[in-house]
Design a protein around this ligand. Sequence first.
Ligand SMILES: [Zn+2]
Length: 203
Amino acid sequence: MQIHTIHHKMFGLIDVCKSFIIEDSEVILVDTGLNSSSINNILKKLATRQYSLLVAKLCVLTHSHRDHVGGLSKLKELSNCQIAAHEADVDEIEKATGVEVDLRLRDGDLLPCGVQVIYLPGHTLGSIALLAGNTLITGDTIRGSPVGLQPPPSLYSKDNDSVYASIRHLATYDFDRVLVSHGNDIESGGKEALIRLIERLED
Ligand SMILES: [Zn+2]
């Protein structure tokens, strides 16, 4: 399995957020970025793999925030992708984008390529992470920084106590690489970095 990162930038400079392409027996897109130009970014990345958007059969949304679902209507124009999101965020996603969510996900659901859905309420009601092999794709429940993993800024989350409980819940899974939507990824030692974050939250 390979996982490719796509950086969505504002004014061509400032990193806004990321999408990911999981490439294995199938191709899964994770999050659509801020707007239609994010989809152009994804198209460029797929082209380097000699793929078009048509190979992506599934797009999983980690949660309903604009910088993760903003490219959805453009994606639907250009592909027949099935759209998947946790059932608790489906209404908000459909209202914000006008695009119908095809698959309503729950904790523990298994997606193609053996990708597992982990339900992490708090940042939004329907936030999820994805476990793909030894890689954890966190959505916004964890962000990266030069000094290690961090919780999201409290201002942007629905319920911070639930965010912290969700972060602690992640320690029950095994993974090595951590891919975040915002900030620095961790290529190895990701589980240890998560434990350090949990210790800091308990201080
Ligand atoms: Zn968010």
